[in-house]
Design a protein around this ligand. Sequence first.
Ligand code: FES
Ligand SMILES: [Fe+2]
Length: 383
Amino acid sequence: MRSPLPPKAYIDQAWFERERELLLTPLWQFIGLKTMLEKHNAFITRTIFGIPVVVQNFDGALQAFENTCLHRHNPIQSAPQGVRPLVCAYHGWGYDRDGAPANIPFEATLYRFDQTERACLHLRRFALECVGNLVFVNLSADPMPLKRQFGAAMLATLAASSLSYDSEVIMTTYHARFNWKLVYENLRDAHHPRYLHARTLNQSVTFNAAVDEAAVEGVRNMARDGTGGPARALALLRAFSGGGRDAPMEKAAPEPWHQHVERYRDQDWYYNWLVYPNLHIASGNGGYSFTIEHHLPVGPDRTDIIVYFMTAKKRQPYASSPAVLLGLMQGTDSILREDVGVLEDIQRTLHAGSRPAHLGDYETTNAGIALWYMEVMEGKIAL
Ligand code: FES
Ligand SMILES: [Fe+2]
């Protein structure tokens, strides 16, 4: 079928802003790992669709705030992560766990706010929820329950698998030049690895793209009749996320470090969790290590991909663990560059007059997302 998404959806700034308002802001968004936030004053900052967010630990309680000082808009925490009190470096305003300035140096002599102005000094606070080791925030004023977005089964598998992550993590960021939707479409396309990753991923895992006749009929009906009301629209949204065992692997090649970690489950499977809209978690070696890809939309043709690598939990510390993580990062780099390369090529070809994509029957997941997404963008589905 022809994709209902016009080329504008991938290249247009006004479209991107509307998407942020109607789709991305109402949805819960991954922001980081709980193990990175364990100490008092530990923090993570990320810019989510242009909004700077800080998650900070106050004596064990995690709070999410807009990372903008109330005085003159300086980011209160400037590093991507670290351990530091929530104090602005510009003029020293310090904030408490409610987001109010607990300390404004020289307040009485230099600022002299009247009581009314002082009383309304509060950082904008965002809803925050932890799912196992994964921390999610929601930037909307009236957040939907997390369960409504993901469903109980998805939350349970995310919680169980993420609690297997070791706390030693290595991270990197790819500044990619493509629209964020191209990544989730790519991740839900099991047919490309045999071509694009013929010399890498496809050597160890066999992905079998297949046609699901019931899904084909479902998508045809949806194209004809629409998604069919708010309850159905939410059920569809939940169906866009899922995960667990994905494809059988050749027996995981034994590595000396495997003996040092508590493997997640004990099966030679490629594990894959797709968290709509912009998170992908995988274990490409049968549960010995994990990769998280967080796709952060920056602009219509810009996406930052923040990638985390960690093994399963260590049995005890071992000397070569940093080298193991570096090896995992290098191993994934070649696969990721194959994906990023083709998605950047696609982005470069798109222009306002491009024809819509022609999706095959094996691509019902992407076709379903596209039909649903267009209803969100047309205001027919409110999240
Ligand atoms: S801008 Fe933060 S204290 Fe002045
Ligand atoms: Fe790929």
